[in-house]
Design a protein around this ligand. Structure first.
Ligand SMILES: [Zn+2]
Length: 123
């Protein structure tokens, strides 16, 4: 039986040049309404200084991060499609606080048998 390779997970600023190396590019801004998108309110509250990064992180994981069952369906879709690499896209620059890092961190922690971290040290 063929052993499946883990899917590489990374992120990139939306404005950075697209590359074939990005693999499957997934827009995850709040407007995109993707499974891993933050809510509009969360983004606005952070921008307005109503909440800090730690609070954003807590709220994102509690209210915006998908249920395990939905994540499992998403992962199955990726595997069925033969995805080798996923690049989450957001407006935030590399190295900046961004929900894409929160999503990747949690996916690696809870679904580490399917993914490896493809972020660079400065990403
Ligand atoms: Zn971001």
């Amino acid at each position: 039986m063929k052993r499946r390779r883990k899917i590489i997970l990374t992120r990139k600023p939306l404005r950075a040049k697209a590359s074939p190396d990005d693999g499957c590019r997934i827009l995850t801004t709040w407007k995109a309404g993707h499974l891993f998108s933050p809510s509009k309110k969360l983004v606005e509250d952070l921008r307005a200084g109503e909440i800090g990064e730690e609070r954003y992180k807590d709220l994102y994981y509690v209210f915006d991060f998908p249920y395990e069952s939905d994540i499992k369906v998403w992962i199955q879709g990726l595997r069925d499609a033969g995805a080798e690499k996923i690049t989450f896209l957001c407006y935030c620059a590399d190295g900046a606080f961004c929900h894409t890092h929160l999503a990747i961190d949690r996916l690696l922690r809870d679904f580490g048998k399917y993914f490896i971290d493809g972020r660079k040290a400065d990403g």
